[in-house]
Design a protein around this ligand. Structure first.
Ligand SMILES: Cc1cc2nc3c(=O)[nH]c(=O)nc-3n(C[C@H](O)[C@H](O)[C@H](O)COP(=O)(O)OP(=O)(O)OC[C@H]3O[C@@H](n4cnc5c(N)ncnc54)[C@H](O)[C@@H]3O)c2cc1C
Length: 421
């Protein structure tokens, strides 16, 4: 019998497991995938260069505990305020300075309008309060979807406003996924994570809990469930007894939307000397073509990493890696010329939205349902606690929000374990 079982070894589960382990508790960490990290995943295999398939920016860096840990562990990041594009390509030319300023005013204006509605206590779809008359609507929608992974029609203004954003988004050179793994290792080097061990059923009917896996049943006094909301909402874990209705509704109210990346590795620098440059695209010639934005030449590597979001991202995942590469490449060729085709050394694409262990990018409350996020901070009968980015009320959708939620769940578990049986 364990004191605690942690289900899921993403940023939240790793933080929870490490804290429990350091407190001297007998803890089992069960991870369905063959690796730790979940959406914190630095890929070095594809190109021999670190690039993040999931989280990459230390958001709200000055209040982000992982930033402090990055300093302690020697992880280098760029101290840059904003991810604002240096340049915007319009399909057949670069935007003028005035146009670029207009683009960013429009994007800033949408963020402000959605936040204002939420600050006023209105829980409606972002699409209801955003300026739909701007000529830059496709880009404003794209950026709103990048922030939330949801299209504006499925994005709660109240939830959006609850997010704390200091405006500091610092990219991590060796990868945020690598940082999350290093943080867990530094906190509890001997913490064992059982990989390839999906929990298929969680029985919370008895005195403790029993977690069924293909390798047997793990029993513990408490469980910390640190899997994405979509995993629960899609019924991948069988609860016995079934989850109370309000809890099941909360998981369903906070779906993971789509945000994906398409990465290009070149055999030489094709973008010029500027390192870690950002560029947006919006094709004014084709009103239905979706925008894509890129990080170019990240930390001096000959790469471009395109970011896709919302419905367009989900459709490109469904269409397959070749379609996603084509989509990204055509925007790059428009902007930088077709010569770069000859220098492509490799490509890689993500498919978070169809990964059955994840089910999307990050959580965002559906319109009218922002209040449901708080439900995930309450335990299930003092036996099952919830952790993960979706549990964080002010840093949801982020790696540091996940990390903090894992620490909080571990503290609650320790308090419960300290009670007389
Ligand atoms: C494309 C993309 C870009 C992002 N960019 C940023 C960024 O720049 N900055 C930022 O802060 N955040 C970013 N995020 C979000 C960030 O990565 C996540 O919020 C965070 O990593 C989530 O951590 P978590 O522990 O809550 O969940 P996860 O990382 O999803 O971990 C959950 C774990 O549970 C496991 N699991 C699932 N089902 C089971 C089961 N039945 N049994 C056992 N284990 C199971 C999964 O395999 C997974 O490892 C991004 C995400 C994506 C997808």
């Amino acid at each position: 019998m364990f004191d605690a079982v942690v289900i899921g070894a993403g940023a939240a589960g790793l933080a929870a497991g490490a804290r429990l382990y350091r407190a001297g508790r007998k803890v089992a960490v069960l991870e369905a995938a063959g690796r730790i990290g979940g959406r914190a995943f630095t890929d070095t295999a594809a190109f021999g260069v670190a690039w993040d398939r999931g989280c990459h920016w230390l958001h709200s860096a000055s209040v982000n505990p992982l930033r402090k840990l990055a300093d302690e562990l020697g992880f280098i990041y760029l101290q840059r305020g904003s991810r604002q594009a240096r340049d915007t390509h319009l399909g057949d030319r670069w935007a003028t300075v005035d146009e670029r300023n207009a683009v960013w005013a429009a994007i800033g204006g949408v963020f402000e309008a959605v936040k204002r509605a939420g600050d006023e206590g209105r829980d409606v779809a972002a699409s209801e309060v955003m300026d739909r008359s701007t000529p830059w609507l496709r880009l404003t929608r794209h950026w709103l979807s990048l922030m939330s992974a949801a299209d504006a029609e499925r994005l709660s203004t109240l939830d959006f406003a609850a997010y704390t954003d200091t405006g500091e988004n610092y990219p991590v050179e060796k990868g945020y996924g690598a940082l999350v793994a290093a943080v867990a290792n530094a906190a509890a080097p001997d913490l064992a994570v059982t990989l390839d061990c999906p929990v298929t059923r969680l029985d919370w009917s008895g005195a403790g809990i029993a977690a069924d896996t293909p390798h047997g049943t793990v029993r513990a006094r408490v469980a910390i469930l640190a899997v994405p909301t979509s995993v629960v909402a899609n019924g991948h874990i069988d609860f016995a007894p079934a989850l109370p209705v309000d809890l099941a509704e909360a998981f369903a109210a906070l779906p993971l939307g789509a945000a994906e990346k398409v990465a290009f590795h070149f055999d030489r620098d094709v973008f010029g000397p500027a390192s870690t440059d950002y560029c947006d695209t919006i094709d004014l010639r084709h009103p239905t073509r979706a925008p894509i934005n890129f990080t170019l030449h990240p930390f001096g590597h000959p790469m471009a990493i395109g970011q896709l979001a919302g419905e367009n991202a989900a459709e490109l995942v469904a269409a397959g890696p070749a379609a996603m590469v084509d989509f990204g490449l055509s925007a790059l060729v428009d902007a930088f010329g077709s010569d770069l085709r000859a220098h492509i050394a490799g490509t890689a694409t993500t498919a978070w939205v169809t990964d059955p262990l994840i089910g999307g990018a990050y959580s965002c409350a559906l319109p009218g349902l922002a209040h449901m996020r708080a439900r995930l901070s309450q335990s299930l009968d003092d036996k099952v606690l919830f952790a993960g980015e979706a549990v964080s009320t002010h840093a949801y959708s982020t790696a540091h929000g996940a990390h903090l939620s894992g620490l909080a769940a571990a503290d609650t578990a320790l308090a419960l374990l300290g009670r007389p049986a």
